[in-house]
Design a protein around this ligand. Structure first.
Ligand SMILES: [Mn+2]
Length: 325
């Protein structure tokens, strides 16, 4: 066979310094591959290979997290209705399901809200905020949207709604929304070490903070820490779905979360995931990132493109009742 016009991009050969630094990793080809993926230090390379974050992942390092957790706790204790305001793509839908489920487990009066792509479009809108307010909602928490909505945030304030914005999109740092708290590791001065979390990853960090010892301090009767660990594990299938489908880079904390999330997907109790896997002809027991990216994710996204993403949210939210009936 003739191979005309092939254009090969040859990555650089490993430098002697990097080869020495990675010297304990064999065979030499492994060092070359690691170098070409940007790893030239032993600790970083090992963390990548193990899919572990080699930095402090305490969620309270994120700007706004402490204030957000206190406000959410107050809402739970005082039975204030809470709305999780998401987005119609897989990241937004899974992030919404994740926080609704977490807050339900903490005894909150909580609902999910996902705007209709055709009637409302992406992000916060004033009509939706007014409707939520009229329905008695006191606290709105955005996931995967809101960072570029200063006018809508101001409107929420005028309505007397407290707003917590959590988002991973690039902020306009000169014009952050005037919200009760803004959680976005990409905002100026945010010390959180990982800047690549997807919207669902940030929602997961909020769940982690709420279920941590520090987050529970103000709780009257929160679940025990063993149960909290179980709740967090049960959310990781959603994190894997949203993170991979959003094309977030699978390095650092994303890599760690997706690895654990795929494991969780293989034993999920979500009826929606069973059904979605069935129509996609994916064996959940062997699910991997390619299945999410090319088979499961596009079908969830399609819900938002066809009619309303609330259907996709229900897919992510409903659990199979194995024991009942
Ligand atoms: Mn997103």
């Amino acid at each position: 066979m003739q191979s005309n016009n092939k254009h090969w991009n040859i990555l650089p050969r490993i430098t002697p310094e990097a080869d020495a630094a990675l010297g304990a990793l064999n065979p030499p080809l492994l060092r070359q591959v690691l170098f070409n993926r940007g790893y030239a230090a032993d600790a970083d390379a090992r963390a990548f290979l193990r899919a572990e974050a080699n930095f402090n992942t305490d969620p309270f390092q994120m700007t706004g997290m402490g204030a957000a957790v206190e406000r959410i706790r107050f809402a739970i204790q005082n039975r204030e209705p809470i709305a999780i305001y998401g987005d119609y793509d897989v990241d937004g839908v899974t992030a919404t399901a994740l926080l609704v489920e977490t807050l339900q487990k903490l005894g909150a009066d909580v609902r999910g809200y996902i705007p209709n792509r055709f009637e409302e479009g992406y992000g916060l809108n004033n009509n939706a905020l007014e409707e939520l307010k009229a329905d008695g909602v006191r606290l709105v928490i955005t996931v995967d949207c809101g960072i570029r909505s200063p006018n809508e945030a101001l409107h929420a304030r005028t309505l007397g709604l407290d707003l917590i914005i959590s988002d991973h999109h690039h902020p306009d740092n000169e014009n952050l929304p005037p919200a009760f708290a803004v959680i976005n590791p990409k905002q100026h001065g945010d010390p959180y070490p990982d800047k690549d979390l997807a919207g669902v990853g940030i929602a997961y960090k909020i769940a982690e903070a709420l279920l941590s010892d520090r987050g529970q301090q103000t709780a009257d009767h929160g679940p025990s820490s063993a149960i909290n660990g179980q709740i967090l594990n049960s959310l990781l299938d959603l994190v894997a779905l949203g993170t991979v489908a959003d094309l977030a880079p699978l390095v650092g904390e994303n890599r760690a979360l997706v690895k654990k999330g795929l494991k969780q997907m293989r034993q999920t109790t979500r009826q929606g995931l069973f059904s979605l896997a069935a129509v996609s002809e994916v064996a959940l027991a062997k699910v991997n990132a390619t299945h999410i990216g090319f088979m499961l994710g596009p079908r969830l996204n399609a819900a938002g493109r066809l009619r309303e993403a609330l259907a996709a949210f229900r897919t992510a939210d409903h659990h199979r009742r194995i024991q009942s009936r």
